[in-house]
Design a protein. Structure first.
Length: 532
């Protein structure tokens, strides 16, 4: 009956968003402790914040197991150099999509790894294990004394006094050790389960290709399976509250100090098997990511597999997956970067984010939210969401200066990048903002870098027209209403409606007239400066 309900739940959830609590403190655990130095790029916290990474992850995550969830988080945040064996993986994703029985059977295995304790498996191969105390030999001596005193009791009943004395000492050591034991009561039983599930999944001919050598890792972990089974029993008894049996077992463990002997013995062996544990973890995580991608794509009205090119970035009907009923746009870039103009709320920043997150999902999940998309392999840096750092007494402008300084350093390191900026240097005055903005944007666009930047400063469009393609978003003003079509248009913004919007919101007529007059004078000055 339970299995039938699980199957129904898995069928109904395919293609749907997760109805789940996202414990990011646990989800990111594997990523935080993993050495990702060999990856193409590890996304910075700044870029993740700018692109709403956690919200994106909650949308993308259709994994079944906690192992898969952690593995997906790491995949998205640490962009791999290449998605290995992508052709065969796409065939597997297609099979998982089309063959319901095959997918459900796979998910039934993965679903056994859905408890919160599973999050802690990664600690067994990433974190330092508890070391035995220097006086650990005393524990062995006391355990041996308990055994010996019971044997000698048959020959000398007074040996029971020795046993009881040792028992009292053992009680203190037993409960001292509990604080170490509880740390592993979740992870070690779940490792046993993970190993068994990996073994079952590897029997499938399609999954074998992911890691042909996996049976070696499974076999190595199985060498300590019997010792680890003690922790499975311990965890089960704690949850089932089998009081009588538990009481007897607890006395037995105290008498012979079984817990510290087994715990430190198992940890010593697991310490030598970190690589094998991670291999099993990665194998299951990789399978779950493919199930997740299949579910994600099944729930989308439109998606594509990106073409990875050398320099061309183009997208047909690309959209932001987190915006309901998002308006699609089309763009093609060859040798220039992109400068966007337009009023507030017209869609500039959302479009910049759209490009950024599609780059991430294209390079990590081989999936883009577009009709077609071609992307180069670029490292992604952003300066979109900047705020005052009051705790460190840094102003908005100073925070922006530091962020863009890092971009300038990255722009000439010999690796092509994608730079995403929103309203550059908006924390300072107009003259210096335009001057510094022009110099910075010219520098960032060199060395095969691609820049997407939005601005309200129309002057920049004339200064950067040789280096940047000009696009704009515009509002629609009709009578007493302002609307937006969120469509990307070629060229710079020509119609400025800010004063008109003040007018339709019943600002005083004399104020409107004064604003119009000042605007005309400033336009004349700008034209004169440009000609000179």
């Amino acid at each position: 009956m339970r299995k039938k309900k699980t199957i129904e739940r898995l069928k109904e959830s395919f293609g749907q968003l997760k109805d789940d609590d996202f414990r990011f403190d646990f989800i990111e655990k594997y990523f935080v402790n993993k050495d990702n130095s060999d990856s193409f790029q590890v996304l910075s916290d700044k870029t993740c914040n700018d692109l709403d990474f956690e919200e994106l992850f909650m949308f993308l995550d259709r994994t079944t197991s906690r192992v898969g969830q952690q593995y997906l988080y790491n995949r998205l945040k640490a962009i791999p150099n290449n998605i290995s064996d992508i052709v065969n993986k796409e065939k597997l994703i297609e099979k998982l999509t089309d063959d319901d029985d095959y997918r459900i059977n796979t998910q039934l295995q993965l679903d056994k790894l859905n408890k919160e304790d599973v999050f802690h498996i990664s600690s067994l191969f990433q974190e330092e294990h508890q070391k035995p105390p220097k006086w650990f030999f005393v524990i062995r001596l006391l355990s041996f004394t308990s055994v010996l005193s019971l044997i000698m009791y048959h020959f000398n009943p007074q040996m029971i006094l020795v046993f009881l004395g040792v028992f009292l000492v053992n009680t203190g050591i037993h409960y001292w050790n509990k604080k170490h034991l509880y740390k592993y009561l979740g992870s070690i039983p779940q490792l046993l389960r993970l190993n068994a599930i990996a073994n079952n999944l590897h029997k499938d001919q399609f999954f074998k290709a992911i890691d042909a050598e996996l049976p070696n890792s499974i076999r190595v972990i199985n060498q300590v399976r019997n010792r680890m089974s003690f922790f499975r029993l311990e965890a089960s008894l704690q949850s089932d509250m089998e009081a009588i049996f538990w009481g007897i077992l607890e006395l037995f463990k105290i008498a012979f100090l079984l817990e510290p002997l087994l715990l430190f013995g198992v940890l010593k062996r697991l310490d030598l098997k970190r690589k094998e544990i991670e291999n099993v973890f990665s194998f299951v995580g990789e399978i779950d990511i493919m199930v997740s991608i299949a579910s994600l794509r099944n729930g989308l009205d439109k998606y594509c597999l990106p073409e990875i090119s050398d320099s061309k970035l183009s997208a047909k009907n690309v959209y932001h997956p987190l915006i309901p009923e998002c308006i699609t746009n089309t763009i093609e870039i060859s040798n220039k970067s992109i400068l966007l103009t337009g009023s507030n709320m017209s869609g500039k920043t959302s479009f910049i984010r759209t490009i950024g997150l599609n780059m991430i999902t294209g390079l990590t999940l081989n999936t883009c939210f577009a009709e077609t998309m071609s992307i180069p392999k670029l490292r992604i840096y952003s300066a979109i969401r900047i705020s005052d750092d009051l705790m460190n007494d840094k102003s908005y402008y100073f925070e922006e200066v530091l962020t863009i300084k890092e971009m300038i350093e990255k722009s000439s390191n010999g690796k092509p990048n994608l730079f995403l900026l929103d309203e550059i240097f908006k924390g300072t005055n107009t003259v210096e903002r335009i001057s510094a903005g022009k110099a910075v944007l010219s520098r960032l666009s060199k060395n095969k870098n691609i820049v997407f930047v939005s601005t309200h400063d129309i002057e920049l469009t004339d200064m950067l027209s040789d280096e940047y393609e000009l696009y704009h978003f515009s509002e629609i003003v009709k009578e007493n209403n302002v609307g937006f079509d969120y469509k990307l248009k070629e060229g710079k913004l020509k119609n400025r409606n800010a004063i008109r919007i003040l007018q339709i919101n019943d600002y005083p007529n004399d104020l409107i007239d004064e604003a119009i007059e000042i605007s005309k004078k400033m336009d004349e000055i700008t034209v004169a400066n440009t000609r000179s």
